[in-house]
Design a protein around this ligand. Sequence first.
Ligand code: NAD
Length: 266
Amino acid sequence: MGNLLAGKKGIISGALNSESIAWKVAERCVEEGAQIVLTNAPVAMRMGEINGLAEKCNAPVIGADATSIEDLEQLFTRSMEHFGGKFDFVLHSIGMSVNVRKGKAYTDLNYDWMQKTYDVSAISFHKMMQTMWKLDAINDWGSVVGLSYIAAQRVFPDYSEMAESKALLESIARSFGYHYGTAKKVRVNTISQSPTMTTAGQGIKGFMDFFNYADKMSPLGNASAEGCANYCVMLFSDLSRFVTMQNLYHDGGFSSMGMSPSLIEQ
Ligand SMILES: NC(=O)c1ccc[n+]([C@@H]2O[C@H](COP(=O)([O-])OP(=O)(O)OC[C@H]3O[C@@H](n4cnc5c(N)ncnc54)[C@H](O)[C@@H]3O)[C@@H](O)[C@H]2O)c1
């Protein structure tokens, strides 16, 4: 591959293990010449797998609960110390549903848990950007990307309250994208990714069924985590400078399909 991110510096959240989408993004960004800082919730870091990635990427790991402003302030401040200045790109790759985890049906949600789900999965995206905004932490023409799923637009019953979380995440990308674009030429987008075999993905009931269904429904098949990493590299690079406030489908064509004759045959 080339050197698309030569001289660029970025922060990558959400690498839990080698299945994580963020893990592949970190590897690809470094292959393309970027310097990175890795971050995850302290509880996830205790599992220790991220240290192997950090070594491979020659990157420090700075723990931060993405719902805590204090943690985010120290994440971005310490990252700027490490980089010797501002940075150029940020990946938000964070999602968790308390009601899904605890097996609560969509028609019987616990609303305290739902608030927690929104805070972790969507409001944390706003918190990250607001904290970076106040610290003036991103260079002009920087790029911020969050990861979404098509349940924001269509009904996937087992995705439960994560559907509303993704709708909120995508809306935050548009709204903050306006402010960041106007003031700083920073772009903000979400990628709507195919179902992907990761810890978060497989936490959804019936995941294998909708993974296989989406794979058959998509003319190109499901987009892999590696494919998503390539797309992130493009969005962090200077080749996508005027793309902002978009929800970008990275799904092998799934979002444009109505019906698939081959699926019906099966
Ligand atoms: N796997 C899929 O099918 C799929 C499809 C579309 C979008 N996505 C999205 O991709 C993103 C990454 O998920 P993944 O599939 O790689 O799974 P993953 O489980 O590997 O990653 C989720 C990450 O969120 C982190 N996290 C949870 N709570 C946190 C907190 N309070 N602070 C900081 N980090 C926290 C976890 O530690 C973990 O690293 C999520 O937003 C997910 O919704 C996943």
